[in-house]
Design a protein around this ligand. Structure first.
Ligand code: C2E
Ligand code: SIN
Ligand code: SIN
Ligand code: FE
Ligand code: FE
Length: 383
């Protein structure tokens, strides 16, 4: 009798089944790729937002220093990439050094010693979702025989990113539905939520180098900032819509929206089996801690300074700014200048100073966001 066959096989890609961040998964895939193709020194992923024509670095795995973090541009202005999009075909550059270095992206790759690149556009349902980049420090490494392998890896990466995005959309849809079933007419407009997302990303991008935030972290803040007030679902309508100052008792009830927000999000994540995903912690932190103050005087926990998660400090600045510059049932809209002035005052005790500076420095971009997402209607009046 022959000895039982000993099976040594183990699933090379097993780590992809673990609930970790997309960045971790890409780092893992990069290691797998390098077992066959040691010359791949970097894998980069950029995601595309059709509505604003924005291309944004999302995740990367780089041997050595990353040449391109927190970078974003309009696809139409990124000429080489725009051409790839128009052609619908991947592109090999076998000597980046010989390319005209018109674009910041190209210049940075050159400066960091990259010589060859393979760029693959990724799609979902025929729409562009972004690009996957394979970069090497050696020239002339890409040839016909190896490209199908990279195409396959790029497809896998784009699926990983799509699953993550789809989970966010599912969650967001569920939260919207919960709001409408709760019987409230949404007191905050959809445009308010869009502005929240964009202000938060603007701030996050600016403070990213100082606080060491990855591209994926910044992008997640952009996704989750609009969910900060889900806990208001649990607050009685007559308090939410009171067209005057809240009494002390009413404000005590209002304050519970922070903890209720974390609870609602936790139960929803549980229902969708997403509770151990990378995103769970961040959404919960944003919902629960966006009213904490730097000096410890905020609610619900009285956290202070660095103990307040950075995602909540970022969203807090965006929230206060948008509340001040919007009409609410209890107050008129302030001008941007008045609001910037007020934020600077709050940097002394309430808000993170760097986050405030980041927003105030970009009055122009703030205005652009406001022009893009103007309230289409006044917030509903009390019935
Ligand atoms: P919100 O309207 O989204 O406001 C978010 C935060 O922006 C507020 O958190 C506050 O820090 C800041 N903010 C908004 N309006 C003003 C203002 O006129 N002056 C100053 N200095 N800061 C302002 P806060 O105070 O914890 O309130 C949380 C939520 O409670 C508010 O969310 C709003 O829904 C509600 N709320 C607060 N005050 C009143 C009120 O007087 N009447 C009514 N009906 N609701 C209120
Ligand atoms: C990347 O290489 O990571 C993306 C850069 C870009 O937006 O062109
Ligand atoms: C570019 O797109 O600007 C050239 C570099 C690259 O293809 O990665
Ligand atoms: Fe709130
Ligand atoms: Fe809000």
């Amino acid at each position: 009798m022959s000895a039982p066959l000993e099976i040594q096989h183990h699933d090379l890609l097993d780590a992809l089944n673990k609930k970790t961040s997309v960045s971790d998964k890409i780092a893992f895939l990069h290691r797998v790729v390098r077992q066959h193709c040691a010359f791949i020194h970097r894998i980069g992923v950029a995601v595309y937002d059709q509505r604003t024509d924005t291309l944004k670095t999302f995740a990367h795995s780089t041997e050595g220093e990353n040449p391109l973090g927190n970078y974003q541009c309009k696809l139409r202005e990124a000429r080489a990439l725009y051409q790839i999009f128009l052609d619908g075909q991947p592109r090999v550059v076998n000597d980046i050094a010989a390319m005209p270095s018109a674009r910041e992206h190209t210049r940075r790759l050159q400066a960091f010693g990259f010589r060859a690149s393979y760029t693959i556009p990724t799609y979902l349902d025929d729409s562009l979702t972004g690009f996957v980049f394979f970069n090497s420090r050696f020239p002339d490494v890409f040839d016909e025989s190896s490209l199908p392998y990279f195409d396959m890896i790029a497809r896998l990466i784009s699926l990983l990113v799509s699953v993550e995005l789809q989970q966010v959309r599912t969650l967001y849809g569920a939260l919207k539905m919960a709001t409408s079933f709760s019987g409230h007419k949404d007191p905050e407009t959809g445009e308010h939520l869009d502005r929240m997302a964009h202000f938060s990303r603007l701030i996050a991008n600016e403070v990213a180098p100082h606080y060491g935030l990855s591209d994926e972290f910044v992008e997640s803040i952009y996704w989750f900032a609009p969910m900060h007030d889900v806990g208001k679902i649990a607050i009685p309508d007559h308090i939410i819509r009171k067209p005057a100052k809240l009494s002390t008792d009413e404000f005590e009830v209002m304050k519970t929206h922070a903890t209720r927000g974390r609870e609602i999000i936790n139960s929803m994540l549980g229902n969708f089996n997403l509770d151990r995903s990378g995103m769970a912690r961040m959404i919960g932190n944003i919902a629960e801690y966006h009213h904490e103050n730097m000096d410890g005087s905020g609610y619900p926990c009285g956290l202070r300074g660095d103990d307040i998660p950075i995602e909540a400090r970022i969203v807090a600045v965006a929230d206060v700014f948008d509340a001040l510059t919007s009409t609410r049932c209890y107050k008129p809209a302030w001008s941007n200048e008045e609001a910037f002035e007020a934020l600077r005052g709050m940097a002394a005790w309430k808000l993170d100073r760097l986050c405030v500076d980041a927003l105030c420095r970009h009055a122009g971009k703030v205005r652009e966001i406001q022009d893009l997402f103007q309230d289409s209607h006044e917030p509903p009046e009390r019935d």
